[in-house]
Design a protein around this ligand. Structure first.
Ligand SMILES: [Zn+2]
Length: 403
């Protein structure tokens, strides 16, 4: 049994203007982060104790103090952070006991003894989450773009009868399963989007000249647009992969994004670390989508190291010879392989490292306003194994606006 979390986005109308509340909360988070960096609290309760007097000065309900300390503590504890965390964009987030959701009416506290109401707009899809008695409401995140409610459920792990290996490439996604089926989905539209927006960004830089503010605003706007469209395209693909795995009851295997992937290993003139970042940037989102959609269905997902996944024959293990047009030849089997098919079969057949025992976690979900920035997306985030993905995102994304 694992706990799976999903954030669902709603449009809303608020009974009052929220800008200053967002801004106060953002500052509270940053105050609490500063205090955490300075005092190095051992746990979140210690941070609350340390930050309480400072945060109380804002005059908001205690819910906001607890919640900003929660946001701050997870950012502070993030093992992957490279610099000091800082919350850039105004938002607010409240955990389960600090909000009441009655059908589509959301009530939150503001200052002590005062409430405000938000009317959510919901389709049948949205209502299916609100009306589902098996789902727990973990947290609510509000930004100027929407209300994001994180629901969680306990999902029994699917009893699998085979595996599916998924190979993510720049131009396609190829998956092969233990039933012998191989499917390739063309993703060149995603690569083209990337090219198109790179050109748009270059034109913006050219035409805005010295006006840094206009330039930043435009870059951010188009960066978000690109990300939304790219994520959207990946959603269609990840959904079909996960549906396929669920129907056939197959566990999923993907390559671990180690930073440098075969595609960029040599010969494109870029430094190793840049190649690495490009790679994990490109495939982190589809992997994230596949992973949480799978988690919501109880489908196990395993990762294997990319080593050898496109250099050895999946049938006999011999080293393959590179031909032109992404073809590979196995001299032992006298067989020519498509590179991506071979890779997906190798991933499927790879030895999966022993899984860690699943942990239960009662932590809230892990969204910040930055990562829920896809207004078209219903899916936003999941945490399946109790591992806290929240931190890296809370911290990392503000450093890369327009990602
Ligand atoms: Zn072979």
């Amino acid at each position: 049994m694992g706990r799976s979390v999903k954030a669902v986005q709603f449009r809303y109308k608020a009974s009052m203007k929220l800008d200053s509340l967002f801004e106060d909360f953002r500052r509270m988070c940053n105050d609490a982060i500063r205090i955490a960096l300075r005092e190095k609290p051992k746990n979140r309760f210690k941070l609350i104790e340390l930050a309480y007097p400072r945060l109380k000065e804002y005059g908001l309900h205690t819910d906001y103090i607890l919640s900003s300390c929660e946001v701050a503590y997870t950012s502070y504890r993030n093992k992957n952070r490279k610099s000091n965390p800082y919350v850039k964009r105004p938002f607010l987030k409240l955990y389960n006991k600090s909000f009441v959701l009655n059908h589509l009416l959301l009530r939150i506290s503001t200052s002590p003894k005062n409430f405000m109401y938000l009317t959510l707009q919901g389709s049948d899809y949205h209502l299916s989450f609100i009306d589902d008695p098996n789902l727990k409401r973990r947290s609510v995140t509000i930004t100027d773009r929407g209300v994001f409610i994180a629901f969680s459920k306990d999902v029994p792990e699917l009893k699998t009868r085979g595996r599916i290996g998924i190979d993510l490439n720049e131009r396609n996604v190829t998956w092969s399963d233990t039933d012998g089926e191989t499917v390739t989905v063309d993703t060149s539209e995603i690569a083209e989007l990337k090219g198109r927006y790179t050109a748009i960004r270059a034109r913006i830089a050219q035409h805005t000249g010295r006006d840094g503010r206009v330039k930043r605003r435009l870059l951010r706007k188009y960066g978000e647009r690109e990300r939304n469209r790219t994520d959207q395209a990946w959603h269609r693909i990840s959904k079909s992969i996960v549906n396929n795995a669920r129907e056939k009851r197959l566990g999923m295997v993907m390559e671990k994004l180690t930073g440098i992937r075969k595609l960029y290993r040599r010969g494109n003139g870029k430094g190793r670390s840049l190649r690495g970042r490009m790679n994990s940037w490109m495939f982190r989102e589809p992997q994230r989508q596949i992973e949480y959609k799978a988690a919501w269905e109880g489908i196990p997902v395993a990762y294997v190291l990319p080593r050898g996944t496109s250099s050895n024959c999946p049938d006999c293990g011999s080293r393959v010879v590179k031909l032109r047009d992404r073809k590979l030849y196995c001299p032992a089997c006298d067989l020519t392989w498509d590179r991506d098919v071979l890779a997906s079969k190798s991933i499927m057949a790879a030895v999966v490292p022993a899984a860690r025992p699943p942990k239960r976690s009662d932590e809230g979900e892990s969204k910040t306003q930055e990562e829920v920035g896809n207004p078209l997306s219903r899916w936003a985030e999941v945490k399946h194994d109790g591992e806290d993905h929240r931190v890296s995102r809370t911290q990392r994304l503000p450093d890369h606006p327009g990602r």
